[in-house]
Design a protein around this ligand. Structure first.
Ligand code: FAD
Length: 430
């Protein structure tokens, strides 16, 4: 690849933030920074997901549980984002436990009808990117990969994946929202005494689909109750299913790798399903089950904690880049959205000014140059204080949520059928 040494400076009167990663958290962060008046450059390694072929296998429907933390962050992003998103979700008012030998048990989340919401990941990301693009101070670069950062010089090297050219961009602040395997985080580790902890759990996941079923009138309907998060708890492993608006369900099978590896043939798979998930076979369909199980990837699950999240006033990491959690608490994205909201609140409290002082070129003199220098110094000091506070304030909550997520795996695959929830007599039947 060729390297363009010319630094792409900002010519605007706004401070510039470079956000790395246009996933769910980076896209929401773009909206917040734009609203605060910054010039935002968003760099995303992949293609624009809104242009992807919807029929391709990689575009199969994958959903997430959206809950109070995430909804609050969407609401405070402005432009009615919460309402727009909530008009495209399926509410789940409780969990539905599927017994091994058949039979269902509903456990409501709250007595006042409290819900969590199933939302399609691609739809949500599309809505966030559409909203981000509405701002004239946002520029999104798809197929651009951050290669390295020189934090002290405030310069980042970004590769255009189309032609291999590496360009240098200047930014007042770098926000790393580039996921669990974050480049910004590994770059930060070179300049910050960062504590870092990662753990792969022995379980992997595989996504399957329960398609809509045709009723007697020939209309398509949900094959199970759509207002529940369905769980097939089997103690050391489990399957879950969340509803989609197209009346299908996305199932996720969570199991230790060795259990996945032990299923080598279609017959092994059907025998396994007959033993543990009997009622799911007709719902998924035997042919679909055989195809999707062997074709779909088996994803690994990682838990990451680190501290601090920032380097001076130069950079901060948010979302999975700062805290990757196992998915059993349904809080990874929600917690990342909350990072964005909290960072914004702290910027508000510290009066972080996104505008550079105006300089009249005609009367440019040493005084106005001095004024600008002072303003820059004040901005950088305030920003450093704000980012330090963000790390201090956020760390305990984030690591606690990571721990709760780990605990909830036991809750979901096993404790839901413990005496807390059902009588001892019933447990014997499960
Ligand atoms: P990501 O979604 O990983 O996005 C990072 C982006 O950065 C990607 O688009 C990537 O292409 C880009 N990128 C990476 N490196 C670079 C680079 N060098 N330069 C430029 N771009 C780069 N959370 C919930 O809240 N509720 C749920 O129900 C839920 N269910 C889950 C189920 C499963 C099976 C899994 C695995 C996770 C689940 N999560 C859930 C967690 C959720 O998916 C993540 O927390 C969320 O996607 C994190 O968003 P992010 O934007 O921080 O990171």
């Amino acid at each position: 690849s060729t390297i363009d040494q010319k630094i792409k400076n900002s010519s605007s009167a706004r401070r510039r933030v470079a956000i790395i990663g246009g996933g769910l958290v980076g896209s929401l962060s773009t909206i917040y920074f734009a609203k605060r008046g910054w010039e935002v450059l968003l760099f995303e390694l992949r293609k624009d997901p809104r242009l992807e072929d919807k029929t391709s296998l990689s575009q199969r429907s994958i959903n997430l549980a959206l809950s109070a933390r995430g909804i609050s962050a969407l609401k405070n992003a402005g432009s009615n984002l919460d309402e727009v998103v909530l008009s495209q979700v399926a509410p789940m008012k409780g969990r539905m436990i599927h017994r091994r030998k058949g039979g269902l048990l509903s456990q409501l989340y709250g007595v006042f009808g409290e819900c969590i919401y199933s939302v399609d990941r691609a739809t949500l990301l599309g809505l966030l990117l559409d909203d981000a693009e509405k701002s004239e101070n946002v520029k999104i670069y798809f197929e651009h990969q951050l290669k390295q950062c020189d934090f002290d010089a405030r310069v980042l090297d970004v590769e255009n994946k189309n032609d291999g050219t590496i360009s240098k961009y200047e930014a007042d602040l770098i926000v790393g929202a580039d996921g669990a395997y974050s480049t910004v985080r590994s770059q930060l580790m070179r300049v910050v005494r960062m504590n870092y902890q990662q753990e792969f759990i022995p379980h992997a996941y595989c996504e399957l689909t329960i398609p809509p079923k045709k009723n007697a009138k020939g209309e398509f309907e949900f094959a199970m109750d759509p207002n529940h998060l369905h769980i097939w708890p089997r103690h050391t492993f489990m399957m879950i299913a969340l509803p989609n608006l197209d009346k299908s369900f996305t199932c996720t099978l969570f199991m230790p790798y060795e259990k996945f590896d032990a299923i080598k043939t279609e017959d092994d798979l059907i025998t396994f399903y007959q033993l543990y998930f009997t009622d799911a076979i007709p719902l998924i369909g035997e042919q679909n089950l055989k195809r999707d199980y062997f074709l779909n990837p088996k994803g690994s699950l990682i838990s990451i904690k680190c501290d601090p999240y920032n380097y001076k006033d130069r950079a901060v990491i948010i979302g999975d880049a700062a805290h990757s959690m196992v998915p059993f608490y349904g809080q990874g994205m929600n917690c990342g959205f909350q990072d964005v909201e909290i960072l914004d609140k702290i910027f508000e409290q510290h009066n972080i000014n996104s505008q550079k002082p105006e300089i009249n070129i005609n009367t440019f003199n040493t005084n106005s140059a001095k004024e600008q220098e002072n303003d820059d110094m004040k901005f950088r000091k305030d920003l450093e204080r704000a980012l330090d506070e963000y790390t201090r304030y956020r760390h305990i909550d984030v690591t606690t949520i990571c721990d709760l997520a780990m605990y909830n795996y036991i809750e979901m695959r096993s404790s839901v059928i413990s005496p807390i929830y059902i009588t001892r007599k019933k447990i014997e039947e499960w």
